[in-house]
Design a protein. Structure first.
Length: 423
């Protein structure tokens, strides 16, 4: 019990770790997308402004202005500053004076590249910033002492539109991130659920297997100790102890084989020797010894079948029938009937094993194929059942791509229906 709690706690921790990793993955993805989106938006929104600046730069670089002064751009959004070799403003060339956004001194190292330039408007009540896109070129006009020209392009409209889109993007990302977190939590819970169920079943399986192994081993040990307690006894005198020991050894052998079959099924290692055979003949061979037992126990045993040729593993089909017939004999009383039916549809083989025995409860219907499950454990102990037979039958049917269902057989008893595809 303590181990189960520790494992559940560990799985819970793993669930939250899985959740955090998922959130970090989403955060990384959205961050990369955000960076790409920001770069793309900037390129799109400032493309027109950059084109107009480059047009004016081309005009400046293509003319030497030996006899005339550079014309100012015919654009209200664009301003131009003229600077000497030290990057100081040449005041007399500034038709609009030295005011924002024109700088008194520029960094002459930053040339031939676009740069953002925010300017704070102190004449407004909320200290609003104006945004400019600038471009500085080296242009020697000795006649006017000009060494550098800087173009200022107002991009308030572009920045405002860009910021609105970024704001919408951030809101969308935050919403998606929250929804992703919720989805990750639900996903991690659903992902861990089968693992938890599998571990619980594994612990239950190991516990039940240990219990099943312990009982016959304890009996064998007890009987051998009885024999060794008085070594003077003859073989005849200890024959009963030896017979019981052999019976328990046989039971251990069956249990070991059953556990091996289920382990192979878990590893998807059950191999099939498929051949075209007559299902009718396989069932007839399987039911022969059970028919004799049924007559000895005064039970009515009937079989109705038709010749069906199908590609199956005859040994596995025989094993399935033995499990179901053995189960039917165990859970029927004197005077009850057992009926086996073999029929076919266009695509499937259908085998029905129905008895008029003690029947099963609704709870048992849900758990009858669980490993080690037994509705009447005391009775199974005396009859040698270990609760693995129907689990094995289901596994063998599953590797044939078939299915088995259990239902009440009215007016009383139990009915197992097997459906196996022909192809």
């Amino acid at each position: 019990m303590k181990k189960n709690k520790l494992i559940k706690r560990s799985l819970k921790s793993q669930k939250y770790t899985f959740l955090i990793y998922n959130l970090l993955a989403y955060l990384f993805i959205f961050t990369i997308l955000g960076i790409v989106a920001f770069i793309s938006i900037n390129k799109i929104f400032f493309r027109d402004a950059e084109a107009k600046i480059k047009t004016y730069v081309s005009y400046l670089t293509e003319n030497d202005f030996e006899s005339n002064n550079p014309e100012l751009p015919n654009n209200d959004r664009m301003k131009v500053g003229f600077y000497d070799h030290e990057g100081m403003i040449i005041v007399e060339l500034q038709n609009y004076g030295i005011r924002q956004p024109i700088e008194g001194k520029i960094n002459i190292k930053n040339i031939n590249r676009f740069e953002p330039y925010p300017v704070r408007n102190l004449d407004t009540w909320n200290s609003h910033y104006s945004h400019y896109l600038t471009y500085t070129i080296k242009k020697e006009i000795p006649r006017l002492d000009i060494s550098y020209i800087k173009i200022y392009m107002n991009v308030d409209g572009e920045v405002s539109s860009r910021n609105e889109i970024i704001k919408v993007y951030i809101i969308c990302v935050m919403t998606i991130f929250i929804l992703s977190g919720l989805a990750s939590y639900l996903l991690s819970r659903e992902t861990m659920k089968p693992i938890v169920d599998s571990l619980e079943k594994q612990f239950e399986f190991v516990s039940n297997a240990s219990h099943e192994l312990r009982t016959p081993m304890a009996i064998i040990q007890s009987k051998i100790e009885n024999i060794l307690a008085d070594p003077t006894k003859s073989v005849y005198e200890v024959s009963e102890d030896l017979a019981i020991s052999l019976k328990e050894i046989s039971r251990l052998n069956r249990l070991a084989n059953d556990l091996l079959t289920l382990a192979r099924n878990d590893d998807q290692y059950i191999s099939l020797d498929l051949n075209y055979v007559n299902i009718n003949e396989i069932i007839k061979i399987a039911i022969e010894p059970f028919e004799e037992l049924a007559n000895l126990q005064n039970k009515k045993f009937t079989y109705n079948g038709e010749n069906i040729i199908a590609r199956v593993d005859s040994n596995k089909i025989n094993q399935i029938m033995i499990i179901l017939l053995d189960n039917a004999l165990l859970y029927t009383n004197e005077g009850d009937s057992i009926e086996i039916t073999l029929k076919q549809t266009q695509s499937d083989i259908i085998i029905v094993v129905a008895d008029e025995g003690i029947g099963i409860s609704e709870y048992t219907k849900e758990h009858i194929f669980d490993r080690f499950y037994r509705e009447d454990k005391a009775r199974n102990r005396t009859t040698g059942g270990n609760g693995l037979g129907l689990s094995i039958a289901k596994a063998l049917i599953k590797v044939h791509r078939g299915k088995i269902i259990v239902d009440h057989n009215y007016p009383k008893g139990t009915k197992f229906t097997i459906t196996i595809p022909k192809k």
